[in-house]
Design a protein around this ligand. Sequence first.
Ligand code: ADP
Length: 651
Amino acid sequence: MGPGRFGGPPPHEMNEKLKEPLPKSIKEIPGFIKRLTHSFFFRLSYIIKLVWEAKKSLLFIMVFLAAFNGISPVISAYISANLLNKVALALTLPDKVLSSIVDLVLPAMLLQFAYMFFTNLVNTVGNIITRMSSELVTNHVKVKIMNKAKEIDIASFDRPEFYEKFENASREAGARPIQVINSTFNIVSNLISAVSFIVILSAISWTAPLIVILLSLPSAIITFYYRKKNFRYMRRRSNDRRKMNYYSDMLVNKDMVKELRLFNLSDTFIFNYNQVFKNYFGGIKKLIRNEGIWNLAIAFVTTAVNCILFFFIAYTVAVQNGQIGDYSLYTGALTSIAACVAALVTTTSTIYEGTLFIDNMIVFMNEKKTIVPAIDQPLSIKRGVGHTIEFKDVSFRYPGTNRDVIKHINFTIEPGDTVVMVGLNGAGKTTLIKLLTRLYDPTEGTILLDGHDIKEYKVEELYAMFGIIFQDFGKYAFTVSKNIEFGQIEKQYKEEDIHTAAKASSADAFIQSLPNGYDTPLMRIFEDNGIELSIGQWQKLSIARAFYSDSDILILDEPTASLDPLAEQEIFSQFDELRKDKTTFFVSHRLSSATVASKILVLENGKLIETGDHNELMKKRGAYYQLFSTQAKRYLSAKEEDSVRTHPPHD
Ligand code: ADP
């Protein structure tokens, strides 16, 4: 759900709002400040909406706590001053009898402690509720980000800057909203307190609070300046932070640990990590140090001025024949005003920083989706029938690159065809499948499904009609049956179907031998009794997943690469039996599988250089013939070698 839900501006306008070009002349300054305030409140309202969505009552509780915390120090100061005056009076009593001291001091003291307890009570309850709610807000934001990630174009995942946004959004967005909201209400409390104390102090002077406020200005400027610098620095360095994460993750990545140990790479990654950290730290160290030096200088001036102000208060109370409690009240008020103003500065800067970080989330949430139906009333796909697929002059380059990896490809697939794609690594076979399944849109040309551009169909219906297993298929840390069921999770679960699919992919035999059969948890990430499968077993399982789905078009991208030729042959024959009249696409390195194809597509450097069935292409004596003959020769000589080894010739 995007920000538009609240009736806010459309995404592109929102992104515009986040940019604040610096003023070029004095005339532009008022406009600049207006824009700055506008974008600040725009971000703040975005955060408030996030919290509102997550937990409405949290906002009400926070308003109450803010008001209470604002007024509470003032009440407290009065109660303390009252007690101090009573104690001072007790000191001057001519006869120090217990009962008269009790009469004089005890009520004031009880009031003070009762009030302290009440404050504690309100704050503790408030704290409990805030902490619980902040967990809910964090959860809400994370789920929101996941839901957005779910619908983002696959193409976005190819771009480093997308990862940057994603990383920034998911790292920061959880904790920041609640921090900003807390700080905002803190400001309200501090403002209430500051104004009340100024009113108290106005009894003896207006100048003193004014001086205190003016004194805080340099500190405010320095704090804001460094918050912005800090934010910019972090943004500039986010690539470094990602690198650091990458290096440190390598050392704990289960798939990488074998190579890291045997190639002795661990120290190299630790070294790289430290190198990047050194660069990052060099910059942040300078920022922290400079801000510290400025703050120290400001603190020196502030202390000196405060000393003068305290003396002025002592002098005024003495001249006006005031009491000791009055001195404590006024100096307390002055200190509190200074503290409130300081808190206002730091909390405003925290909010400011928080809102800048929330930009990452806003930008991420506004990431545009391009894989959407191209027409207002997208078409439905007729299921359970044969389909015609036509590529018309299709070219494609990956976003952010300048090389076509698919070049002007034309072909037609009839219902029920078995298509085998052949070509060397990098020829464009997987890319072609990504285009057919609309994970990416072609840069040129059209892909037609049953006579209509695939862009005209409902995307989820289009996705649902493909049963697909990629080369880098998914391995899920779930049970065996779940791993198969994920082939079509929305289908009515039937154990029998799971078993049929597993039998067809020859996975059933090894599954039966697992400790808990189909209920065995896979991978040892969460459970001690999780089972690690061999890559060939995983592959059989992934093929079972494809068999399990009721898709109309089956696509297997090098599904049998890790299987021995016998296992592959067995799966293919099962497949032929099961596929009925479904259209199937195979990408296979082993050309023996191409012999059964009704259509072979030979790809080279992104071009379709030959099409036809096995016999036609062999007759043609072109690229396919070359590939096939080379493989057959290699296969035959391997077989001969094998037979020589098993039956050594007699001398
Ligand atoms: P095949 O499946 O035939 O081995 P691919 O379709 O995977 O080949 O790759 C075709 C070309 O596209 C290769 O040159 C590869 O480097 C490039 N390529 C693949 N994926 C991406 C990507 N996500 N971004 C940029 N280039 C890519």
